[in-house]
Design a protein around this ligand. Structure first.
Ligand SMILES: Cc1cc2nc3c(=O)[nH]c(=O)nc-3n(C[C@H](O)[C@H](O)[C@H](O)COP(=O)(O)OP(=O)(O)OC[C@H]3O[C@@H](n4cnc5c(N)ncnc54)[C@H](O)[C@@H]3O)c2cc1C
Length: 496
């Protein structure tokens, strides 16, 4: 039986990101992926949020995505655009890029990090004991790992087999998504009717002056709200035709679908960890694609979990550190479920909802509400509850310009190998972290940039900052070192 420290079920965006994070930390990790290659049927997610771009920038791979995508002000709430060009980040925009390209780029990165991927094989069941997890594969083989992470999507077998409840709301609307040919040209773009939203688009498009301009040719991507809720079988071409006729009065001669799917429920795993089994991405939360946050949330789950799991596997941190993954990430997705439900509700076209939409639109046109909701939707406003103190604690470390003894440098460049950093911005030599020097990188630097946070504005300049590998601030110094030892113990384990 082949052994790995960590086995990840599912090589979608979440599984690939987690594998990269673990490999950077020197962990023996492998992915089991059902698909024979990285090709993806259907369009699925359409891009990356500002915070996800920052996360990839922290690992030195943001340029790979930026080179292929289109930068645009795509942050929004219920299809109302929220401009974030005044936000204090180097990526004050979103990136339009199809999921198949995002996955291909991530797979390239993971391959450079030499992560083995068992392709064309499914995880069929597993058993966990005190020392690890034994995983059975569809080809009759088996694997043994200290930890198993289910990144196997919304219908996660790992979640079901672990007996983790998937709590939430039954559907109030049901939508079919598909990619197909059409004999007649449909009206490209998004349309709202009394039934709900329907939309038509082409795979290839350009963003010109902030507007999507679709290619003239190619298969059509369709999304249409169904009249009836509650279907439990896989959708067929007939279902799609009927839904189109009900919503548009015609099916536009739709034929030759390459992919048909349906989304309905809004649900979240009650626990992100059960013993040696963890969940991330769609396996932990599913919701309507409105707002475009599914893929981004999965990537951010992976980056929160990766360094913690690596430290536990290495034995530098106790297993309890893994519980902070649920504590930090569960509320983020719980809130996401609520914001997507609110957006779905705002898409109705009855008079009362139109009235509500107008009011919400007015509010979002105001400075404070726009900044607050845009910070949330772009991921820049994420705040983990790591205790009281300076506003930076629990928030993302801004990518400021630093002057270090080795020359000028951006903060994010210090995070590329996914190791913690103690940034000394005060008197040189004032920190002695020898007992942790094998784990935490101590960097002395001067910083003249203003300390400004999205939606919060200017905050006082700290004299030191302890930054976790995921780019969130664990401790802030204000001239003293009070609390630093505790923070290093909590997050990076007791001294070796
Ligand atoms: C129809 C649809 C439309 C969407 N539109 C958007 C959008 O517009 N914007 C947005 O942000 N998000 C959108 N999403 C969500 C987005 O695609 C997901 O949030 C994202 O793909 C989640 O990534 P993941 O890696 O967690 O899961 P997935 O991408 O689902 O990846 C799971 C992987 O696990 C593999 N797998 C499953 N079971 C097993 C098994 N037993 N053994 C081995 N491998 C297994 C699968 O083959 C797959 O590769 C959409 C999703 C769907 C379904």
């Amino acid at each position: 039986m082949t052994e790995h420290a960590v086995v990840i079920a599912g090589g979608g965006p979440t599984g690939l990101t987690l594998a990269g994070e673990l490999a950077l930390a020197g962990i023996d990790v492998a992915i089991v992926e059902r698909r024979p290659n990285q090709e993806l049927a259907g369009s699925r997610a359409g891009g990356l949020s500002s915070r996800t771009l920052e996360i990839f920038d922290q690992r030195g791979i943001a340029d790979r995505f930026l080179a292929e995508g289109q930068i645009a002000q795509v942050t929004g709430f219920a299809a109302m655009r929220l401009d974030i060009s005044d936000f204090p980040t180097r990526h004050n925009y979103g990136l339009a890029l199809r999921q198949k390209h995002i996955e291909r780029i991530l797979a390239g990165w993971v391959s450079e990090l030499a992560v083995p991927i068992y392709r064309g094989r499914e995880l069929t069941c597993f058993v966990q004991d005190d020392a690890g997890v034994t995983i059975e594969l569809s080809d009759g083989g088996s694997l043994r790992a200290s930890y198993l992470v289910g990144c196997d999507g919304g219908r996660s077998l790992v979640r079901k087999a672990a007996g983790i409840e998937f709590r939430g709301w039954d559907a109030t609307t049901s939508s079919i998504l598909a990619q197909a040919e059409m004999a007649e040209e449909p009206p490209l773009g998004i349309h709202r009717t009394a039934l709900g939203i329907h939309a038509f688009g082409r795979e290839e498009y350009e963003i010109r002056d902030g507007k999507v301009v679709f290619a003239d040719k190619g298969p059509i991507g369709v999304m249409v709200t169904e009249k009836n809720v509650g279907a439990t079988t896989e959708p067929t071409l007939r279902d799609l035709r009927e839904a189109l006729v009900a919503a548009c009065g015609t099916d536009y001669g739709i034929h030759s679908p390459t992919w048909i799917s349906r989304f309905t429920d809004t649900r979240q795993a009650a626990a992100y960890r059960k013993g040696r089994v963890l969940l991330a991405g769609d396996a932990a939360h599913v919701h309507s694609p409105v707002g475009g946050q599914g893929l981004n949330t999965g990537v951010q789950d992976a980056v929160n979990l990766g360094w913690k799991l690596a430290q536990v596997v290495k034995g530098t941190s106790p297993e309890g550190l893994l519980d902070t993954y649920h504590i930090e990430r569960h509320p983020i997705a719980a809130r996401l479920l609520r914001t997507t439900m609110a957006q779905v509700a705002l898409q109705r076209t009855d008079d009362r909802t139109e009235a509500l939409r107008e009011i919400v639109s007015e509010l979002l046109g105001m400075e404070e509400p726009r900044k607050r909701i845009a910070a949330e939707m772009s991921g820049l406003g994420i705040h983990y509850d790591l205790g009281q103190g300076h506003p930076l604690v629990g928030r993302r470390m801004p990518d400021l310009d630093l002057a270090t003894p080795d020359g000028s440098m951006r903060v994010f460049a210090l995070l590329q190998n996914a190791r913690p950093v103690l940034l000394n911005l005060g008197a040189p030599g004032s920190f002695d972290i020898k007992p942790w020097s094998d784990r935490i990188k101590l960097v002395y630097a001067k910083c003249d940039d203003p300390w400004e946070l999205p939606a919060l504005g200017l905050v006082s300049a700290p004299t030191a900052v302890l930054i976790r590998p995921d780019g969130y601030v664990a401790w802030v110094g204000d001239g003293t070192q009070d609390g630093l030892q505790d923070a290093m113990n909590t997050w990076f384990g007791p001294p070796g």
